[in-house]
Design a binder for this molecule. Structure first.
Ligand code: HEC
Ligand code: HEC
Length: 374
């Protein structure tokens, strides 16, 4: 009986070996290569951000991360080989793009502003409307979207399988032949290594506010103060940004605590955001709260890129919050339905504080750059 199984096993092995033509110039025997493990503690600053919850079935390896990086910058992921992930997510802009909407394949435009990409391992929801819960699932959307990369998965699998570079690297990273499942794991690994932790803000937050200039300090007090108004002057003493953009990540990642919110942009929603995903009227006009790290370089702002400058964003929160918006976050209506009416000085202070969040080390880190240009 045992022998019978052995025979069957050998036959199966023999059959699968025969599927490949050894004379194919691209044919390569799998190596016994063992990928080089990367300790998550070397990627994530546990002291500053805590350790993220990581997918247990996709351990970081040098080869996996590098494969993901190649895929991120490779236009062959799009149908006509013109658009890569990096076309719309550019490192110098914190992997966002300085355009209201991005241009995908055939000159078609995206429906929303390109998201910045960093500290994604800490995020629990992806896209402006929070429609995806894992990076691994997320990446299949731009690849297949008709106005982004317009690719089909069978064609992509075929293309990867014809590429000597990918035959080598899928083997090195996963011991597999190129396939879209391991492709999504490699991209997931690379995306999670995009960690922004070296802004001045991350150097002084939370304990060393003495390192701030007096203008930045006043801005920090507004940012981190509950909304209140001075009894004598009537001036706002707090602008309450921290409830939704607080902490070392400058982003609330808990969907129920301001991680997905309506910040008072509109009364009628041409884009229903999260509401279009859940179908719940109470979710109309709610969007994922973006991190404010690197916000100086991620213009234009909001899901539709409606604000060109940080000054316009600050004017919105100061003077133009739509209190009649039916799903306005309670944290915005905590303003007592009163505009903050910040003075020009207060606006400048708030902006100076936001500018401490730029992380030039991240924006220029060669480990995140296009590997084909080196
Ligand atoms: C044509 C432009 C374009 C291309 C190509 C593109 N993206 Fe995007 N990306 C966007 C836009 C626009 C959004 C926001 C879309 C939305 O929220 O509906 C986005 C959102 C994202 C997000 C969500 C970030 C967050 O914090 O929620 C991730 C992750 C991402 N893209 C990764 C990728 C990867 C990986 C690729 C390549 C496989 C890629 N993108 C290709 C334009 C693009
Ligand atoms: C109730 C939660 C909430 C509060 C409070 C809040 N925001 Fe926001 N913020 C959001 C959401 C949600 C978005 C995205 C909205 C959209 O695109 O529709 C956003 C977007 C932004 C953006 C644009 C970022 C980008 O990359 O596009 C900036 C800048 C910003 N907020 C700054 C502030 C400042 C400064 C304050 C305090 C005055 C503040 N926010 C208070 C939830 C909040």
């Amino acid at each position: 009986m045992k022998q019978g199984w052995l025979l069957l096993g050998l036959m199966v092995l023999g059959l699968s070996a025969c599927e490949k033509d050894p004379n194919d110039p691209l044919h390569k025997e799998p190596t016994a290569y063992v990928a080089t493990k990367v300790d998550p503690a070397t990627i994530f600053p546990g002291g500053k951000f805590g350790m993220p919850v990581l997918p247990s079935d996709n351990p970081f390896t040098e080869e996996g991360i590098y494969l993901g990086r190649m895929l991120f910058y490779d236009p062959i992921l799009s149908f006509d080989s013109t658009i890569s992930c990096g076309s719309c997510h550019k490192q110098e802009y914190a992997f966002a793009e300085p355009k209201k909407l991005s241009t995908g394949i055939y000159g078609l435009q995206t429906g929303r502003n390109s998201s910045s990409l960093f500290n994604l391992a800490y995020s629990r929801k992806f896209f402006w409307d929070a429609r995806q819960s894992t990076l691994r699932a997320q990446i299949f959307e731009p690849i297949q979207a008709h106005n982004e990369m317009a690719m089909t998965l069978p064609l992509l699998a075929k293309r990867l399988a014809r590429s000597a570079r990918y035959i080598e690297y899928f083997d090195k990273a996963f011991g597999s032949e190129p396939n879209v499942f391991d492709m999504s794991k490699a991209l997931e690994q690379f995306l999670m290594t995009l960690v922004s932790k070296d802004s001045r803000f991350n150097g002084f937050f939370p304990g060393k506010f003495s390192l701030l200039t007096s203008e930045e300090k006043r801005g920090a007090l507004l940012f981190n103060g509950l909304v209140d108004f001075d009894a004598v002057t009537g001036l706002a003493t707090g602008a309450d940004c921290f409830h939704c953009h607080g902490g070392a990540l400058a982003q609330q990642n808990n969907p129920d605590m301001g991680g997905i919110a309506n910040n008072g942009l509109d009364g009628n929603f041409s884009d229903k955001g999260y509401g279009a995903i859940t179908g719940n009227p109470a979710d109309r006009g709610l969007f994922k709260t973006p991190s404010l790290l690197n916000v100086a370089v991620t213009a234009p702002y909001m899901h539709d890129g409606r604000f060109a400058t940080l000054d316009e964003v600050i004017d919105h929160y100061s003077d133009n919050v739509n209190y009649l918006s039916p799903t306005l976050s309670p944290m915005m209506s905590a303003h007592g339905n009163k505009q903050l009416k910040l003075t020009a000085q207060q606006k400048a202070d708030l902006k100076a504080f936001l500018l401490t969040m730029t992380d030039n080390t991240f924006l220029t880190n060669p480990a995140y750059g296009n590997p084909f240009k080196q």
